[in-house]
Ligand binder design. Structure first.
Ligand code: KIV
Ligand code: ZN
Length: 500
């Protein structure tokens, strides 16, 4: 397997260690869906489950082995024949099966979990690997709680299991205890002191109890490990496992490490969302790489910087993790540059609008709200003197109902002068637009017109979208009001002001 010395093999345990989280249990169908996404992502090994733990887990490993064929499919066991037999049976359809067996390596585990001795544990470890090797060729051995184990004893154990046939040796920091230097040192110690270490791949499996899982994994691979065990979104027991997307993006970002994986990072955002939804585990907003805010800029200084040159405040390209573009979130901390950015995106020509005045209105609005949406922005644009020398609605009066045909009287301000007109139509909106048209005196075609209630209820705000054609070009306009006639007039004026 080890052809390229700089290749890092990615072992995903979302479906085993990740699924151990209370409330995150998945059905077989969901597991297969996630496994297929992991296969597409390009992971090298999928740990599909712990088959002896339940009939459901057993069946999931069987089904997954049939459905997913590119990666190695791995099943977990304890160091005993029964577990190993069941795992081998569950893996019978896997194209590339691997058994992952192991036992505690720290004195704490040896004494207080197994009530045993180092020598006895060593024998059990070797026996388990030898037995598993009779059933499956690819055997990974885990030395549980290796993070707290004595290095000399750990080296003896690792040498013995490699002799017994282990192809991969996993050195878990089961309790997330190690400091990066300590963990890196441990991997280096094994590299330098286990005589047959070149016959196996060293794997790192770090938990995040002190928030060091990613740092420890990195220290491990910098010191010679070539397989990383991780989960999507870093889910897993207690504070979780190493987040797959974090380590892979470190490798991609820091070329000086000269290490790479076969993972397609452009799928991170999608797979992260899928795992989060299926496991009912929301991703924290500030989670590195896949959190909602990972590529969102909200302070004025940062927004200005990132709009001037993305790399001022971004060390990764959002497209590399499957996010179309960074987010410039409009809040009361945003500056004119960010506001301008969004107005241009919404189709406004900056030279044609009173930016200072709009910015004042924006700040008043933003102080009331946590963040400003596109609808909020359009609402702000629909009020006051938005356009330089634009048409401004001064008043509208309409009469309609069964007695008279609908009539509208509008008063507009244009370049400092007031203009008034009245018109009739087949409804109050039609009459209002005709009255405005008679003031503008241009041939304008109304192509699209939709009225939408924002929330529901007769006291609701209506949102009007209009598309008009003038001189071979189309212009969008938006208007908001609790009065649908006013909302329609605002949308029309908003569109007209874009070319007037
Ligand atoms: O954390 C751990 O030690 C484990 C082993 C079972 C590999 O998950
Ligand atoms: Zn674990």
């Amino acid at each position: 397997m080890l052809h390229d010395p700089n290749r890092i093999y990615v072992f995903d345990t979302t479906l085993r260690d990740g699924e151990q989280v209370p409330g995150c249990q998945l059905t077989s169908v969901e597991k297969i869906e996630i496994a297929k996404a992991l296969e597409e992502l390009g992971v090298d090994i999928i740990e599909a489950g712990f088959p002896i733990s339940s009939p459901g887990d057993f069946q999931s490993v069987v089904e997954l082995s049939k459905a997913v064929t590119a990666p190695i499919i791995c099943a977990l066991t304890r160091a005993n024949k029964k577990d190993i037999d069941v795992a081998a049976q569950a893996l019978q359809y896997a194209k590339y099966p691997r058994i992952h067996t192991g036992i505690g390596a720290s004195d704490t585990h040896i004494k207080h979990k197994f009530n045993s001795s180092r020598e006895e544990i060593l024998t059990r470890a070797v026996d388990a690997v030898k037995y598993a090797k009779t059933l499956v060729e690819d055997i990974e051995f885990y030395a549980e709680d290796a993070g707290r184990a004595d290095n000399e004893f750990l080296a003896r154990m690792i040498e013995a299991v490699i002799t017994a046939g282990a192809t991969v040796v996993n050195i878990p920091d089961t309790n997330g205890y190690c400091l990066p230097e300590q963990y890196g040192e441990k991997i280096r110690f094994l590299k330098e002191n286990v005589k047959n270490i070149d016959r196996a791949i060293i794997s790192v499996h770090c938990h995040n109890d002190l928030g060091l899982a990613t740092a420890n994994t990195l220290a491990g691979i910098q010191n010679g490990a070539r397989q990383i065990e991780c989960t999507i979104n870093g889910i897993g027991e207690r504070a979780g496992n190493t987040a797959l997307e974090e380590v892979c993006m470190i490798l991609k970002t820091h070329h000086s490490l000269n290490l790479h994986s076969g993972v397609n990072s452009k799928r991170f955002s999608e797979v992260s969302g899928m795992v989060s939804r299926m496991m009912r585990m929301p991703v924290q907003s500030n989670k590195a790489i896949v959190g909602r805010n990972a590529f969102a800029h909200s302070s004025g200084i940062h927004q200005d910087g990132v709009l001037k040159h993305r790399e001022n405040y971004e060390i990764m390209n959002p497209e590399d993790v499957g996010i179309e573009q960074s987010d410039i979130i409009l809040t009361a901390r945003s500056g004119r540059h960010a506001l301008k950015h969004h107005l241009v995106r919404l189709g406004y020509e900056i030279e044609r609008i009173n930016l200072d005045e709009i910015y004042e209105r924006f700040l008043l609005f933003a102080d009331e709200k946590l963040s400003i949406s596109d609808d909020d922005l359009l609402l702000i644009m629909g009020e006051g003197e938005t356009f330089i020398n634009g048409l401004v609605m001064k008043s509208i009066e309409v009469s309609c109902g069964d007695l008279n045909s609908p009539e509208a009287r509008v008063k507009l301000q244009y370049k400092g002068a007031e203009h008034e007109a009245a018109a009739t139509g087949n409804g109050p909106v039609n009459a209002t637009i005709k009255a405005i048209e008679s003031i503008i005196n241009k041939h304008i075609e109304l192509k699209e017109f939709t009225i939408q209630a924002m929330h529901g209820g007769s006291d609701d705000i209506s949102k009007v979208n209009m598309r008009i054609y003038y001189d071979g070009k189309s212009y969008m306009g938006y208007g908001f009001s609790t009065d649908i006639v006013k909302a329609s007039a605002s949308a029309y004026l908003d569109a007209v002001n874009k070319f007037l």
